[in-house]
Write a protein of this length. Structure first.
Length: 394
């Protein structure tokens, strides 16, 4: 160890400067900011919190090990979170704040399709990597090299599930309520095609504004068309819960289906266990998988609440980003990091072994390929009844 002595005439400030410049002097740990542009209030908050919390847990693990080590330096991960209120104009405001004020180059979100479409011109132009949820097929493309999607969308997962449900649960005539925005409009069209290919009919479609809470007139119109099932895909957890509650109060005894967007815990909380009994739902989670159970336990320990099924995807997405930084040997060159992230193969995450796909459909392999399942809600909990790939459920 080298000891430095300074004449009394040298100020303390000079002494500290000399120490800082001395060979081998320790430098303060640097901070790496990860932004979250998600919905933290209103009907979509359960999803936004799931995204933010997933990123936080990934950051916690890295920081507990002394930080993210990249090219011989360690960085403390700092989460910078903002609420976009599920609104495109608010998302643009938040994106500008994150990029130009907070100097963020890496972002969890956007969550919704309309917010994603609104902010992508900004994020792509400025080389900001986004790890998003947005279900719209327009969210990915060869012209969007910085955009990654870490959840399976209706396009990827609806057909095998609907094929299985129509065959095994005798579904014939379906009604669907969808938000009247980019997300809902896109999903309703995808589902029409999927039910038709499976031999059923999405015969009744009702579009509504996202802040709506009274669905009785819409449900009444759908029931008049003789539906035997209601499709909930595309609705936020709280909205879906209200639809289930009001449908059962009106006496609907048919099947209630949700082929994408994990939200069972929130639906049960809003609709009640009795109303939600027998729901047939998509889930990306298999609690019997050790890595998934470990994540669920960590989530419960930190947040003292049940976990929305989207959360592990963003924990895995954040860890894939960190691994890409390690391989790129930089935390500043987002172009190089994006290339390394897209090149990751057989990444072991909370959800299992993960790979990228999507080139055939979107022109770029930035869609995460995830295992998924069909579950039936029994006594308020999901019970897996089919295991699925993009080809089939069985």
């Amino acid at each position: 160890m080298v000891t430095y002595k300074f004449p009394a005439t040298i100020s303390l400030a000079c002494a500290l400067m000399a120490l800082a410049l001395a060979p081998g002097a320790a430098s303060a740990q640097e901070t790496l900011k990860l932004g979250t542009l998600v919905t933290l209030s209103g009907p979509g908050a359960a999803w936004g919190l799931a995204m933010k919390n997933g990123a936080e847990l990934a950051a916690d693990e890295v920081n507990a090990k002394g930080g993210l080590e990249v090219d011989g330096k360690k960085y403390k991960i700092e989460i910078v979170a903002y609420d976009d209120k599920y609104q495109a104009n608010e998302a643009v405001t938040v994106a500008n704040r994150l990029i130009f004020e907070d100097k963020v180059k890496y972002m969890i979100g956007p969550m919704g399709s309309a917010p994603a479409a609104a902010v992508q011109p900004i994020t792509e132009k400025n080389g900001v990597i986004t790890i998003m949820m947005a279900f719209t097929p327009k969210a990915l493309g060869a012209d969007k090299p910085y955009s990654f999607r870490v959840v399976a969308t209706t396009i990827e997962i609806s057909q095998p599930q609907i094929n299985w449900l129509v065959k095994n649960k005798d579904i014939k005539v379906v009604g669907g309520l969808f938000p009247n925005d980019e997300t809902g409009q896109s999903i309703s069209e995808d589902l029409k095609n999927s039910y038709k290919l499976a031999g059923a009919d999405l015969a009744a479609v009702e579009l509504f504004e996202r802040d709506r809470v009274d669905f009785i007139p819409l449900l009444t119109r759908m029931f008049a068309k003789g539906i035997d099932a209601i499709e909930l895909d595309g609705n936020s957890p709280v909205t879906a819960g209200l639809i289930v509650k009001q449908a059962r109060e009106l006496g609907f005894t048919g099947k209630i289906i949700r082929t994408a967007g994990p939200a069972t815990v929130d639906i049960v909380n809003v609709a009640g266990q009795e109303a939600a009994e027998g729901m047939l739902v998509h889930t990306p989670l298999n609690p019997e998988r050790a890595s998934t159970k470990a994540y669920m336990d960590s989530y419960q320990a930190k947040y003292k609440s049940a976990m929305n099924g989207f959360s592990p995807s963003f924990y895995d997405g954040a860890n894939m980003l960190f691994e890409a930084m390690r391989r790129a040997e930089t935390v500043t060159d987002s172009k190089k990091i994006a290339a390394e992230m897209g090149a990751l193969k057989s990444f072991e995450g909370a959800l299992g072994t993960l790979n990228w796909t999507g080139e055939k459909r979107y022109g770029i392999n930035h869609q995460l390929d995830l295992p998924f399942y069909v579950a039936e809600v029994k006594n308020g909990a999901e019970v897996i009844i089919a295991t699925c790939t993009v080809e089939k459920c069985e």
